[in-house]
Ligand binder design. Structure first.
Ligand code: FMN
Length: 686
């Protein structure tokens, strides 16, 4: 199975994309460097060794993170190293520095890396230059360097912890010495936190010995001075997604002027939702179709990209959090880092209410380590005892906290029987609770069909807590926000009973008129450039989103081009029954326009009196056709659930190739792996 030669165009597009990406990064840097309120106020040097020396640091922790998990663990690790062993730790994003002189770190200054993996075993976007540096290092270049390494990945992906493994190989080849174990956190098994705790214990033991460190009781010491300020003025952030939206800055966000970015992780575009509607019929579940208007910006997207939606927390969750910690939402404060290598985590000055609503991930899963750190602030001895036991007993913590889907406020209130935890410092909460991250959705529109409108398709996370002794529902932050907007926009808010409500107007009414901060993230999920190439798509549930975009793209293509032949496009779609069959009115229209080139094969897993059927079952039923299409160069796309579905489709395809080609299973697996490497088998799974 060779690569499709006609797809050289894809390769060229990739080269162009990389060039644009690098250019974008330069722009981003220029942009970020003006932003003195959130960037480190150090000398601005990118020389990591110089900055370490200048700030008298004797330990370096670096992170490469796409959605904040590696960053969160790196910061926790750095904080604990400093608190337990009195080390002067510098913790930074790998993107902030150049590493050419990394081998010149003073002796006894060790480095620990936290690296997550994206795409097909790739480094996060911000670590492209670091990877470049490592891959070009020669034997002996890093012979003085001693490093620790923790990778963050997901074992349901083919290239599990691929980026961290690559970093390990490069570093070792360049002569650097690994200190302690290579740790791997597995999101797929849901064990990242426990994997980290085990790895950290080992790492601390080894460091104690190698660096001759004394260990002492860990007491929280803030990395910032928190200054209380008087009142809100134009410089105080009320939850604006970036400082550029503050009234004191030049950017006038209410004007009709076109906003030019770059819009990315450092600054979103506040986009109007121009249309939204419910996709499910007659069910107690919800799936929302949302359309964002990008015409006020210069944002461009390509079919197959992702849209990042920046959420805020629900009213009920914010109120509970403020109550547990006895916080005054109106208090205005500023954060001053105690040393210049530390970044202020969100725009300041701000109010406590804005920080809790817009910047802190107050509803996320709790880490056992955070529980351990909270022991020092327990309201009384009895609660201290309970908290301490839970934080040291991995199994009990899993049963009592994780399995019950408790967020921090709920968990603490349960432990204290409703007593407030009013001695927890605000600085502790700001430094310990991860920061609210944008959520990524596969775009379900086509950039040639609708150039300035981006559609997303999201199932609302809202289900009864599976734990018997828990009341209420488990609710997702962003999908419930999208549902609130959909109901409000269609004047249906009072008809539905909602588990949570939001401030839809946002800070200083920035989101009024149904707007949300968003940015586009480029993906590599792309249709083959030659339309005659056959395409096989697997997208059950909301996994169908990018394929709706693909099919709309092909419809537009046929409408605008003459004398073209479209290869066969087969879409395997799955839903529980006909009530949650997404976009069911649209597919017949597409089929009419595409003629015989489009075929949709539907599997239902919960039809009354019928056996469960999944997309991989349907695939096996059609194995002859699929095998023939693969043989003539078909591209395969899988989108949706990584664990059950994507692995099931993979296994079924391996099975088909094994039997039809009369080869060994390992060889069939190797063929699929090759297809992945050459871009003929693409996954967008979670
Ligand atoms: N983990 C892997 O081990 N290998 C992969 O190839 C991989 N690809 C991913 C692609 C996407 C689109 C997403 C959302 C996750 C992927 N992951 C993969 C899992 C992440 O690395 C993992 O969730 C990690 O904890 C995220 O860390 P971060 O928040 O610091 O970026």
């Amino acid at each position: 199975l060779g690569m499709d030669n006609t797809d050289l165009g894809v390769l060229c597009a990739l080269v162009v994309a990389v060039a644009i990406y690098l250019k974008r990064n330069q722009l981003k840097e220029l942009f970020a460097s003006n932003d003195d309120s959130i960037t480190a106020s150090s000398s601005g040097s990118r020389d990591v060794v110089q900055v370490l020396r200048e700030n008298k640091k004797n330990y370096l922790v670096l992170f490469a993170s796409q959605t904040g998990t590696a960053e969160d663990y790196a910061k926790k690790y750095a904080k604990e190293l400093a608190a337990k062993f009195s080390l002067n730790v510098m913790c930074a994003d790998i993107e902030q520095y150049d590493f050419d002189n990394l081998n010149e770190l003073p002796e006894n200054v060790f480095m620990t890396l936290f690296i997550s993996t994206y795409g097909e075993g790739d480094f996060p976007d911000g670590a492209v230059q670091f990877e470049d540096f490592l891959s070009n290092a020669s034997e002996g270049d890093l012979s003085s360097l001693k490093f620790g390494l923790f990778g963050l990945g997901n074992s349901t992906y083919e290239f599990y912890n691929g980026a961290a493994k690559k970093a390990l190989d490069y570093l070792k080849s360049a002569g650097a010495t690994l200190v302690g174990d290579f740790g791997q956190g597995d999101d797929g098994a849901g064990t990242t936190d426990e994997d980290y705790m085990t790895w950290k214990s080992n790492s601390f033991e080894v460091l104690k010995e190698k660096l001759n460190l004394d260990e002492h009781e860990q007491e929280f010491e803030a990395s910032f001075v928190l200054e209380k300020l008087g009142s809100v003025d134009d410089t105080v952030s009320l939850g604006e997604p970036s400082p550029h939206y503050l009234p004191s800055k030049k950017l006038v966000y209410n004007s009709e002027k076109l906003q030019v970015g770059p819009f990315d992780l450092s600054q979103p575009y506040v986009a109007p939702v121009i249309r939204s509607y419910e996709l499910f019929k007659d069910t107690d579940r919800n799936c929302i179709h949302t359309e964002f208007d990008m015409s006020g910006s210069n944002i461009k997207y390509s079919t197959g990209d992702h849209l990042a939606v920046w959420p805020s927390n629900a009213n009920e969750k914010v109120e509970k959090f403020l109550k547990v910690f006895n916080l005054d939402p109106k208090m205005v404060f500023n954060l001053k880092p105690l040393d210049p290598t530390i970044k202020v985590p969100f725009p300041t000055p701000t109010t406590v209410g804005a920080a809790v609503r817009h910047y802190l991930e107050i509803c996320g899963p709790i880490s056992r380590q955070v529980f351990g750190q909270l022991v020092q602030f327990a309201p009384n001895e009895e609660i201290k005892q309970k908290l301490s036991e839970l934080s040291t007993d991995r199994d009990q913590f899993a049963i009592e906290i994780t399995a019950k889907y408790l967020d921090l406020a709920d968990a603490l209130l349960r432990l204290s029987d409703g007593k407030p935890w009013d001695s927890v410092p605000l600085e502790f909460l700001i430094e310990t609770i991860p920061h609210l991250q944008p959520r990524y959705y596969s775009i379900s529109s086509s950039s040639s069909h609708e150039k300035q409108t981006v559609h997303i398709t999201s199932v609302v996370e809202n289900f009864p807590n599976p734990s018997e002794d828990m009341q209420g529902n488990v609710v997702g932050v962003t999908t419930n926000l999208l549902r609130n907007i959909q109901l409000a926009q269609n004047n249906e808010l009072n008809k539905a009973s909602l588990p949570v409500h939001y401030d839809l107007n946002g800070p200083r009414n920035l989101f009024a008129g149904y707007k949300l901060p968003v940015h586009v993230r480029r993906s590599t999920f792309r249709l083959p450039s030659n339309p005659a190439t056959p395409v096989i798509m697997f997208g059950p549930g909301t996994g169908v989103a990018p394929f709706r975009g693909f099919i709309r793209e092909r419809v537009k293509f046929l409408e605008t081009q003459e004398n073209v032949t479209l290869g066969k496009h087969i879409l395997f779609y799955g839903s529980r029954n006909t009530d949650d069959f997404l976009y069911q009115d649209e597919w017949p229209e597409y089929a009419k326009k595409l003629g015989g080139a489009f075929e949709m094969i539907v599997a239902h897993s919960r039809l009354p009196n019928s056996k469960k059927v999944y997309v991989q079952d349907k695939l096996l039923e059609r194995e002859d056709d699929i095998f023939d299409l693969i043989n003539i160069g078909a591209f395969i796309y899988v989108c949706g659930d990584a664990k059950g579905m994507a692995q099931g489709v993979h296994a079924a395809l391996v099975d088909i190739l094994t039997r039809k080609k009369s080869i060994k299973k390992e060889d069939a697996t190797e063929i699929i792996k090759m297809m992945k490497t050459t871009g003929r088998y693409q996954e967008d799974v979670w």
